[in-house]
Write a protein that binds this ligand. Structure first.
Ligand code: PEP
Ligand code: MN
Length: 338
C-alpha cells in the first residue's frame, strides 16, 4: 500500500500516522520527494481500512498495491482448489461439472421426473430451489422444507448430489443436514451475516455474483466465507445488470480468466439467468466451456410453459442433452472432459 502525504504536512502528524501503522504490524518505508512524502507500507495490509488512512487531512492519496483478499488469492495458493461435492469434484484441469434441474422444486413428481432426465443427459448434480428469492411477494416462493425433502428423494433415486439456495441464517441447520452444495444467490452475495454463517458450515458453498457487483466485491464475499472457516467455495457468474434489454442480464465471460488469474477457486457459469432466454443458453454454454469454465449450471424443465418460475429460460431435457453433447466436443478440444 502506498500513502502519499502532502509535502507541507506537520512532521509530528505524519509521525503519529507512521506510529499507528507500525502498531498494526506494518513496516513503513519513508521517502521524501520534491513535492510529496511517500510512505510505502510493507506487510499484511488486508486488515487495513483504506478510508481510515484517507481520513487524515494531510494524506493526499492511498493506493492499494496488493489485493485486499488473502485466502482466495492465487498468489498465496498457486494450485487450483478442487471442491468435492459429495464425491463430485469441481475445479482443476480435467472434468467440467454440469448442474441441471428446475429453477424451483414445484412438486415431488416434477423434481423426480426432471432429476432422471438431467441424469440421463449427463449432468453430475441436480439443482432445484426450495426457497426462492422472488422480486414479487405474490410470486411462487418455493415449497420450502417440502422442496428440500423432494430433492433428497430425487438424490436417493438418481445418486446425484443436490444444489439448493440458502436464503437465511435460520435455515443453516436444515441445509447443513440435507443439501450437498449450498447456493448463495445473487441477491444475497453481500448478506454478510449469511456469508459468515456459510463460513461455519461444513458443506461447500456455491457463491453467485451479485446483480451489480464488481469482481473484487464478489471475491471479497468468497473471502468472508473462507475467513470464517469454510475453504470450499465455488464461484458462479450469472450475468450482471447493464443497459442491455435483449437479455435478462449481460454475461461477463471475461470473469472466467480473471477469476483464474486472481484466485484459485473454481468458477462455473449459469447461462440461464445470464440470458433469460432458452434459445441463447446453448451458445453461451459452449462459449463458457471454451473459455475455461469449470462447470455449467443450467435450468431444465420438461414443461417450461407450466413452470412456476423461469420457464422461458429453461431448456427441455432433449435440448439439454443435445447441448451437453456439443459442449463435450468443445471440452475435448481444450483437453478437458464434460
Ligand atoms: C437461482 O439460481 O435459482 C437464482 C435465483 O439465481 P440468481 O441468484 O443468480 O438470480
Ligand atoms: Mn431461476
Amino acid at each position: 500500500m502506498i500513502v502519499t502525504v502532502r509535502k507541507n504536512s506537520e512532521k509530528q502528524n505524519v509521525e503519529r500516522l507512521i506510529q499507528q501503522l507500525t502498531l498494526k504490524g506494518l513496516e513503513v518505508n519513508y521517502s521524501e520527494g520534491e513535492h510529496h512524502i511517500v510512505l510505502g507500507l510493507v506487510g499484511d495490509t488486508t486488515g487495513v481500512d483504506i478510508t481510515w488512512i484517507r481520513s487524515f487531512d494531510f494524506v493526499q492519496e492511498v493506493t492499494r498495491v496488493a489485493a485486499p483478499y488473502k485466502k482466495a488469492n492465487r498468489q498465496f495458493h498457486p494450485e487450483d482448489t478442487i471442491v468435492n461435492v459429495a464425491g463430485v469434484k469441481i475445479g482443476g484441469h480435467e472434468k467440467i461439472a454440469v448442474i441441471g434441474g428446475p429453477c424451483a422444486v414445484e412438486s415431488k413428481e416434477q423434481v423426480l421426473r426432471i432429476a432422471h432426465e438431467v441424469k440421463d443427459a449427463g449432468a453430475s448434480l441436480l439443482r432445484g430451489g426450495a426457497y426462492k428469492p422472488r422480486t414479487s411477494p405474490y410470486a411462487f416462493q418455493g415449497l420450502e422444507t417440502k422442496g428440500i425433502e423432494y430433492l433428497c428423494e430425487a438424490r436417493k433415486q438418481t445418486n446425484l448430489p443436490i444444489v439448493s439456495e440458502l436464503m437465511s441464517v435460520d435455515k443453516v441447520e436444515e441445509f447443513e443436514k440435507h443439501v450437498d452444495l449450498v447456493q448463495i444467490g445473487a441477491r444475497n452475495m453481500q448478506n454478510f451475516d449469511l456469508l459468515k454463517a456459510a463460513g461455519k458450515m461444513t458443506k461447500p458453498i456455491l457463491l453467485k455474483r451479485g446483480l451489480s457487483n464488481t469482481i473484487e466485491e464478489w471475491i471479497m464475499s468468497a473471502e468472508y466465507i473462507m475467513a470464517h472457516g469454510n475453504p470450499n467455495v465455488i464461484l458462479c457468474e450469472r450475468g450482471i445488470r447493464t443497459f442491455e434489454k435483449y437479455t435478462r442480464n449481460t454475461l461477463d465471460l471475461s470473469v472466467i480468466a480473471i477469476i483464474k488469474q486472481r484466485t484459485h477457486l473454481p468458477i462455473i457459469i449459469d447461462p440461464s439467468h445470464a440470458t433469460g432466454d432458452w434459445s441463447l443458453v446453448e451458445s453461451v454454454s459452449l462459449a463458457a466451456v471454451a473459455a475455461g469454465a469449470d462447470g455449467l449450471m443450467v435450468e431444465v424443465h420438461d414443461q417450461p410453459e407450466c413452470a412456476l418460475c423461469d420457464g422461458s429460460q429453461s431448456l427441455k431435457p432433449k435440448k439439454f442433452k443435445e447441448m451437453l453433447e456439443k459442449a463435450s466436443q468443445i471440452a475435448k478440444v481444450i483437453g478437458r472432459e464434460l
